[in-house]
Design a protein around this ligand. Structure first.
Ligand code: ADP
Ligand code: MG
Length: 230
């Protein structure tokens, strides 16, 4: 699914160059659920942005689903991104003046699907995350865990093969975090590949493989003993 070889990325601010990724090698099979860990500033989000075709890299190669991601026009990148990848963020990134249903339906709106049809599909995804009764509520009326479940339904609605989650439990209490992780695990068991950035040890232990990023390279990988889901 993901094939990264000797990937480099620097940020340039005026005269200063910050070399963030210094030769990352990463291979993720379809159907894996992995976590990326590393201290703050180690380049986790940078790597995730490249994985999500939201940012370019300087050197090396990145292939997603067998396709080399390089020198893509913004239009082409957007099309491939929308087809292949769903995103989940720490801060949910829901649109505050739209209902749960409308938020979930949004990717289908961008695909040009009519309102009636997309709302029907969105409702089925809200049902998958256990939030059908909340369809007409605004994000401000929902708890953090509920908001993240709405965001997860939105990430799934275009049926992407890969889900990228940047600190998906970072704004949630422990109990709610585990609920969200259990939902992500169900999604993985239904066939999706998941990459989860986290700095929480217990969250990383709930994935199949922990990738540790340090000083711009992958320092080591760990395989947690399969923890029982809570
Ligand atoms: P992490 O997610 O692991 O905390 P990031 O990938 O966000 O780390 O950042 C890695 C380093 O790159 C940090 O030092 C950060 O300040 C810097 N950085 C991130 N994004 C940018 C940017 N757009 N421009 C300049 N520097 C950046
Ligand atoms: Mg980050």
């Amino acid at each position: 699914m993901v094939d990264i070889n000797e990937l480099h990325k620097s940020y340039i601010n005026g005269k200063n160059k910050l070399h963030v990724l210094k030769g990352v090698n990463l291979h993720i099979e379809a159907g894996e659920m992995v976590s990326i860990m590393g201290s703050s500033g180690s380049g986790k989000s940078t790597l995730l942005n490249i994985l999500g075709i939201l940012d370019n890299y300087d050197k090396g190669t990145y292939s997603l689903g067998g396709k080399l991601i390089q020198n893509m026009s913004e239009t082409k990148a957007a099309r491939y991104r929308n087809e292949m990848i769903g995103f989940v963020f720490q801060s949910f990134n829901l649109i505050s003046f739209k209902t749960a249903l409308e938020n979930v339906a949004l990717p289908l709106y961008y695909k040009g699907m009519g309102r009636k049809k997309r709302n029907l599909v969105a409702m089925s995804y809200l049902e998958k995350v256990g939030l059908e009764p909340w369809a007409n509520h605004l994000p401000s009326e929902m708890s953090g865990g509920q908001k993240q479940r709405v965001a997860i339904a939105r990430a799934l609605i275009a049926n992407p093969q890969l889900i990228l989650a940047d600190e998906p439990t970072g704004a949630l209490d422990t109990h709610t975090s585990y609920e969200v992780m259990n939902l992500l695990r169900e999604i993985n068991e239904a066939g999706k590949t998941l990459i989860i950035v986290t700095h929480e040890h217990d969250i990383s232990q709930m994935t199949d493989r922990i990738i540790r990023l340090r000083d711009g390279v992958i320092e080591r990988e760990e395989f947690p003993v399969k923890a029982a889901t809570v």
